[in-house]
Design a binder for this molecule. Structure first.
Ligand SMILES: Cc1ncc(COP(=O)(O)O)c(C=O)c1O
Length: 498
């Protein structure tokens, strides 16, 4: 059937979709192959303020390109000016180079547009999500997490917010059974606190801001020299809160933390939380995927003691962004985040039916069918395949750290526990500010050259160069080349300053 309006007929032309789609897949496959081969720059650096000037065209009133022109624009302008995510020198952010088959599944999610707020707006999407969530809970612990559940959200930041909303509801009603913070707001509450590692992702303090607690309600707990939460500091902070008659909503631990990938002592923190009836939240956005690895799983020992866990798919599960899971040891808790009356959506009168209407438990009303790509990856490659990616990433980080230690012109921050390696260039600096500026300048020099993509992190006033090794195509030679580039960039930056 075709539409009488030619423009609408063209918009929904299945044949055009197929013809352009086949060419698009060929284009993307060639792009993927070239990226992996690393033949071009990892980043085609342009000053954003200058680049922005090219993107001020008036909104088209009529068609300005045909599908062929769209493909040309993609291949000539858009793809070459993106960060080449599958390039072996892309070792900056904790963003996966996605599995191509999962990326294909994302196309399915786009075309079928299952809204997912309620079961009927995405029946198989809902079932896929429930299946994937069950798998992730079983990976945490098959026996103690047998009543667990949760939902998928668009990203770890939103997942952390969702978990902390639950913690807020549960912890305040435990402290005062007649209170309902969701309904009454925070005004009647005593001071509310979140105890979180000083390395907690910024989404934790942002969640506190969003929840109206104020970002100062997050008490930062010191870490040791390996970036792990110091249990004694946690106990002291807890004690101070008790003395001040403050209510602790949650203790937030990292598995692993954003700056260094370090994993907090989950077993000890979990036991402490259990003994003191504190909500234990593990932000495993980055590192929970170690559960997939037979070798590294042990590092997460104690994670099953958590009341809530966040786990990102678009990090070490190699998914296209965004897909994150927020998981609760007691599935019923996941209903505590949002408690809303929306009769146009939710009509079932038995709890059993309502369990299939996922938006009871998510900030999103309409959300993307996120589970398909994860379900497909597990189905195609199994936990063995997914775990192999984690093993590869962690082994590469270890190798890189060893290479850094062998060189006298760079210093390793710490032995990596996961796949994040931080180091700095050594020179005879006159003060810390100069040393910091030099590290930042080295990084800028490297990323603007397009040779590598790396990041930096400020830890207690010291700037370190930061790499996240999760690209399976990064070789030892690439890592040697990075260290050589750092030395060259260091000299170049110094001579420019003279
Ligand atoms: C530990 C941790 N938690 C949460 C987040 C936020 O996740 P997302 O970027 O998926 O929102 C990040 C992001 O890097 C992270 O490293």
């Amino acid at each position: 059937m075709t539409h009488s309006n030619p423009i609408i007929a063209e918009m929904f032309d299945a044949q055009q979709f197929a013809d352009t789609g086949h060419q698009l897949i060929d284009l993307l496959a060639a792009h993927l192959k070239a990226n992996i081969a690393g033949t071009s720059k990892v980043l085609n650096w342009k000053m954003p303020s200058l680049e922005d000037k090219h993107w001020h065209a008036p909104i088209p009133q009529k068609s300005t390109i045909h599908p062929q022109g769209l493909l040309e624009k993609l291949s000539q302008e858009i793809l070459p000016n993106n960060l080449a995510i599958h390039h072996p020198h892309n070792i900056g952010h904790q963003v996966a180079c996605p599995l191509p088959m999962s990326a294909l599944c994302d196309l399915v999610a786009s075309l079928t547009n299952q809204a997912m707020a309620v079961y009927e707006a995405g029946p198989s999407a809902t079932m896929l999500e429930r299946q994937v969530v069950r798998w992730l809970c079983a990976l945490i612990n098959e026996s103690t997490w047998n009543n667990a559940g949760g939902v998928l959200t668009s990203g770890g930041a939103q997942a952390n917010l969702t978990a902390l909303l639950v913690a807020r509801q549960v912890s305040t009603s435990k402290a005062n059974p007649s209170s309902n913070i969701w309904k009454d707001g925070i005004a009647q509450q005593s001071a509310l606190r979140i105890l979180a590692s000083e390395h907690a992702h910024y989404s934790v303090s942002r969640a506190a801001g969003i929840m109206g607690l104020g970002t100062d309600s997050v008490i930062k707990i010191a870490t040791d020299k390996n970036g792990k939460l110091d249990l004694k500091a946690l106990q002291n902070a807890h004690q101070t809160c008790l003395e001040n008659q403050e209510t602790i909503l949650a203790v937030v631990a990292n598995a692993g933390c954003t700056p260094t990938g370090s994993i907090d002592p989950l077993q000890a923190i979990g036991e402490y939380c259990q003994a003191h009836e504190l909500w234990f939240h593990v932000d495993g956005a980055h590192g929970a995927s170690a559960l997939l690895s037979g070798i590294h799983r042990e590092k997460l020992s104690g994670i099953a003691l958590a009341d809530s866990v966040v786990w990102d798919g678009h990090k070490l599960m190699y998914m296209p962004a965004a897909v994150s899971a927020v998981l609760f040891k007691n599935e019923q808790h996941s209903y505590a985040a949002f408690s809303q009356d929306a009769s146009y959506l939710f009509q079932g009168d038995t709890h059993e039916d309502e369990a299939f209407n996922l938006s009871y438990r998510t900030l999103e009303c309409t959300k993307r069918m996120m589970a398909l790509k994860l379900w497909a990856a597990f189905s195609l490659y199994g936990t063995a395949g997914m775990g192999a990616l984690v093993d590869e990433a962690f082994a590469k980080a270890k190798t890189f750290a060893e290479k850094i230690q062998e060189q006298s012109n760079v210093e390793l921050l710490m032995k990596p526990e996961t796949n994040i390696v931080c180091f700095k260039y050594l020179h005879d600096y006159s003060n810390q500010a100069q040393a910091n500026k030099h590290q930042s300048d080295i990084r800028q020099h490297i990323i603007q050259s397009g040779a590598f993509h790396i990041t930096q992190v400020d830890l207690h006033g010291v700037i370190w160069l930061r790499t996240t090794l999760m690209n399976p195509f990064t070789t030892e030679q690439d890592l040697d080349e990075l260290l050589a580039r750092v030395a060259l960039a260091a000299q170049a930056v110094l001579s420019m300053a003279e």
